[in-house]
Ligand binder design. Structure first.
Ligand code: ADP
Length: 303
């Protein structure tokens, strides 16, 4: 059986249901991708998540929810004096705005319990992480994580990375650009979204983003660009894959994350590139027709 390990943060999500009523769920970029990887792996891939949580009741509920999706997290470090991060989503049409409370979240400590982390990494065919996973770490922990991942790659592991550039999570913009570029340069597969790349790096086109990451050393780059073509660049060969239009878009939260999860799972199932991209676009197309980041496997099947 193939295996994917995601490394990152899962948070408590509150989305406005009406006036003063909030709907509570759990979400976080890497976790979202794993959820959809699970859906698109058809049970052929072991999916695990490495994070850290607190010892509080919300942390217990979060782990129960993660496991309800068939995602392994049984050895998640519990940090006694920390709690999960939390964020709210306000929707203006289908566009979302977020407010975060995550400055002291338990997930920032996820590299401080090296036993479970490296045991999980050693067992994974693909290790998936993001610019957000890196942004929340203390700088010395970030170095430990990247060094360990490089060792894993030397032993044949595949590293997959979504830059997911969130300037508000970084205190220093130059450092953000350096860290994102360095992490991408270590990875086999880089999955950026053009919106983020053009604002952070000033790329004129998604093709430019793909080339920039390939020049840094990534052999395989897939640039998502909302309803516009998905750009695929592998071993020097660039292809544009049109996106099928989607009606009745409700909430674009987790479009990119779901794309990544479905894409990696489809490749691990042995699908050729064009079919894996189609699966990923189809998955993201379903996710944006529902509210929130996570939709149930039953809803996903029904759409
Ligand atoms: P992110 O959520 O990271 O900003 P994108 O907005 O680029 O990512 O979207 C990721 C994927 O979701 C796209 O490649 C596409 O397959 C799908 N998608 C996003 N917006 C639309 C849309 N308006 N119509 C159809 N598909 C979309």
């Amino acid at each position: 059986m193939t295996s994917i390990l995601g490394i990152g943060e899962c948070m408590i999500e509150l989305s406005s249901a009406s006036d003063d009523l909030w709907r509570q769920r759990f979400s976080g970029d890497v976790f979202n991708a794993l959820w959809y990887a699970r859906a698109y792996s058809r049970g052929e891939t072991d999916i695990a998540f490495h994070t850290a949580v607190g010892t509080d009741q919300m942390s217990d509920q979060m782990l129960t929810f993660i496991q309800s999706g068939g995602i392994r997290c049984d050895d998640t470090p519990r940090i006694a004096n920390r709690r999960p991060g939390l964020y709210t989503i306000h929707l203006n049409g289908a566009e979302r705005s977020f407010t975060y409370w995550r400055d002291t979240s338990a997930a920032q400590m996820m590299v401080r319990r090296p036993g479970p982390l490296w045991a999980n990494v050693a067992g994974a065919d693909v290790v998936y992480f993001s610019g957000i996973s890196l942004a929340i770490l203390p700088p010395e922990d970030l170095e430990i994580l990247l060094d360990g991942l490089v060792q894993h790659k030397k032993q044949g592991g595949i590293l997959a990375f979504d830059p997911n550039i969130r300037p508000h999570l970084w205190s220093d913009r130059d450092r953000m650009l350096r860290v994102i570029s360095r992490a991408a340069s270590l990875c086999d597969l880089v999955l950026p979204s053009f919106d983020d790349e053009t604002s952070a790096f000033g790329d004129a086109t998604p093709e430019d983003s793909a080339k920039r990451y390939a020049d840094l050393g990534a052999n395989h780059v897939v640039v998502k660009n909302g309803p516009s073509d998905t750009i695929h660049l592998e071993s020097g060969c660039m292809t544009a894959f049109p996106v099928t239009p989607v009606d009745k878009i409700i909430d674009t939260t987790a479009a990119g994350d779901s794309f990544n999860g479905a894409y990696i799972a489809s490749l691990l199932r042995g699908l050729p590139t064009d079919k894996a991209i189609q699966s990923a676009q189809q998955c993201a197309g379903k996710v944006i027709r529902q509210k929130g980041a996570i939709i149930s496997f039953a809803e996903l099947d029904a759409l």
